[in-house]
Write a protein that binds this ligand. Structure first.
Ligand SMILES: C[S@@+](CC[C@H](N)C(=O)[O-])C[C@H]1O[C@@H](n2cnc3c(N)ncnc32)[C@H](O)[C@@H]1O
Length: 215
């Protein structure tokens, strides 16, 4: 299975010329608990750069590992290589549906290898909304960005989207041993209020502020 050949076939959906290295994989998957029985979802696993360290950690904790991959060739390769992983050929934007089919309603860890820079606004919005909807309140979402593109408009849009959906977004140190060097975003405390609820709380707060001002 060649990552590069798949990139040449589908440059926009594969989004990178080579798979992530082991140094980046260790940082991105460090959030997987080695105790309890966590449910871990991987989005865009490709050839499995993050799959191996997730499986190593779950071997201790005995958790569940679901991987959602759009490319059927990657999915077939992954399912053969990691029989303990529940590999689903699907769009990450169908996350809730995939989990519902498996009777899973909450996830402890979501690890994304998705090529955000290639996503339009709607797909980014849809995928992140699905992630927030399924996250356990104490869960964690990790995703990565390349350092050279950190200040580009797509990377900045992704960061703003993350900050609007999670109370905490922590950026890792630079993983220089990845090619290209990368950063990992650790996102915690998903914000589950709807836009309508947020609007109502703003209106209520401004109403009470007005009341104080008039006294
Ligand atoms: C940059 S590669 C990362 C692969 C791997 N996680 C790694 O770090 O080496 C992006 C992966 O996301 C997959 N992908 C792209 N769009 C997707 C989508 N909407 N849903 C699920 N997977 C998607 C691609 O097929 C590819 O395997």
């Amino acid at each position: 299975m060649s990552f590069f050949v798949e990139f040449m076939r589908n440059p926009m959906t594969v989004g990178a010329v080579q798979a992530s290295g082991s140094a980046l994989a260790e940082v991105a998957t460090a959030t997987v608990p080695a105790t309890g029985s966590p449910v871990v979802v991987e989005l865009g696993p490709g050839t499995g750069a993050f799959t191996a360290p997730v499986q190593r950690r779950l071997a201790v904790s005995g958790g569940r590992h679901i991987a959602i991959e759009l490319n059927p060739r990657f999915a077939t390769h992954l399912a053969t290589r990691y029989p303990a992983v529940d590999v689903v050929t699907a769009n990450a934007a169908a996350l809730r549906e995939v989990l519902a089919q498996r009777g899973v309603d909450q996830v402890d860890v979501v690890i994304s290898g998705l090529p955000w820079a290639a996503f339009d606004q709607k797909l980014r919005h849809d995928v992140l909304s699905e992630v927030v909807a399924v996250m356990h309140p104490a869960g964690v979402f990790t995703t990565f960005a390349y350092v050279h593109a950190r200040w580009s408009p797509p990377a900045q849009r992704l960061l703003r989207s993350l900050q609007s959906r999670f109370e905490e977004v922590v950026v890792s140190r630079t993983v220089w041993r990845n090619l290209p060097p990368a950063l990992v975003y650790f996102c915690r405390r998903p914000i589950t209020v709807t836009a309508e609820q947020r609007y109502e709380s703003v209106v209520a707060a401004s109403g009470s502020a007005g009341g104080q001002a008039s006294r």
